[in-house]
Design a binder for this molecule. Structure first.
Ligand SMILES: O=C(O)CCC(=O)C(=O)O
Ligand SMILES: [Fe+2]
Length: 331
């Protein structure tokens, strides 16, 4: 199977959805994860409902201390403040989610690069990609600690989906085994540049063009006051009706990605989303976000409980998805 013959419905969605569209209010479910172990069944029901209906939800009492999130944002900002010559020593090698890129991610939905820079951490791929201790003391330690906390939260949420899908509760934890060299979950630090004093034509670009994520589950940290994230649920995608998801302190935004949509036989929804430019009267400064992508290990076999799709390894699935995007960009 290759990218040409594989009918990637997700990708087709992306190419029709690059326009501005309209904005509508929708409720994004908010789920309390307090007393997780004792309330697990109830939480699993709420997560399942949110993930099958809209594919986006926010969690609170999620177990990652706010202090750790603040430290991660501060540390990410210190990285982005480094001179371009320093960051340029750690460029993202093609085909890996590791290292630094500047305005290099072209979305099929828009055909233009996102107006952002990012640095990605995928643990097995980081050789020669960490800034040195002299350049950025403590960076690697802090980011690895934060990566691990996100992995733990991600696995807790995924264990609820496993339960609902009839798998063992640790099914996805095994499929995202952090000790394996096949691990490919990614922490991404994103800096959307300030638009203060920018020219009117600069606002025609996107901070992040419309897309669905490739992974199983995305855990997205945003900062209150630095909005712009919008979602467009699957069934309304053709109408281009987008809904704001405003960041709120204490809340983490989560979304289902294409991998888990396929793995759940399309029961769980991977939803289109984007980050729009600020509008007149809104905060124009820089925007930071920290998504963690729970992406199953390369050798994990994806086979849904209902058997809708052929089994495929997560590695092959991703290659196919990335190639499909790439071929689209050349067209
Ligand atoms: O920055 C955000 O709020 C969203 C980023 C995103 O959707 C992505 O990197 O996949
Ligand atoms: Fe995304």
């Amino acid at each position: 199977m290759n990218a040409q013959t594989y009918n990637l419905a997700e990708l087709n969605k992306e190419t029709t959805i690059g326009g501005l569209g309209t904005t509508v209010e929708r409720e994004i479910p908010v789920i309390d994860l307090a007393d997780f172990d004792t309330r697990k069944l109830e939480i699993a029901d709420q997560l399942w409902h949110a993930a099958t209906e809209i594919g986006f939800f926010q969690v609170f009492n999620h177990g990652i201390p706010q202090e750790e999130i603040d430290i991660a944002f501060d540390t990410a900002w210190r990285f982005f403040e480094l001179p371009a010559e320093v960051k340029g020593q750690y460029p993202m090698p093609k085909g890996t989610n590791a290292g630094w890129e500047f305005k290099a991610q072209v979305r099929p939905s828009t055909g233009t690069p996102d107006n952002k820079e990012s640095y990605q951490i995928t643990r097995p791929n980081m050789e020669k990609l960490w800034p040195s201790e002299e350049e950025l003391p403590g960076f690697q330690d802090r980011m690895l600690r934060f990566e691990r906390m996100n992995w733990e939260l991600g696995m807790r949420i995924l264990s609820c989906f496993a339960l609902k899908m009839g798998f063992a509760e640790d099914f996805f934890t095994k499929a995202h085994d952090p000790a394996s060299d096949q691990y490919q979950s990614t922490l991404r630090l994103i800096h959307y540049m300030s638009m203060e004093g920018a020219k009117p034509e600069d606002f025609t670009f996107w901070r992040a063009g419309a897309h669905s994520d490739f992974d199983c589950l995305t855990i997205l940290h945003q900062k209150e006051g630095e909005g712009g994230l919008q979602v467009c649920p699957g069934k309304d995608a053709s109408t281009g009706a987008w809904t704001d998801v405003p960041p709120k302190k204490g809340y983490i935004t989560c979304n289902i990605g294409d991998m888990l949509m396929r793995w759940s036989d399309d029961q769980l929804q991977s939803t289109l989303h984007r980050v729009r430019m600020p509008q007149p009267g809104e905060y124009m400064g820089r925007r930071l976000s920290l998504p963690f992508f729970c992406q199953a290990n390369r050798d994990a076999v994806m086979q849904g409980p209902l058997g809708t799709y052929e089994p495929i390894t997560a590695g092959d699935y991703l290659t196919m998805r990335i190639n499909a995007n790439f071929n689209k960009n050349k067209m």
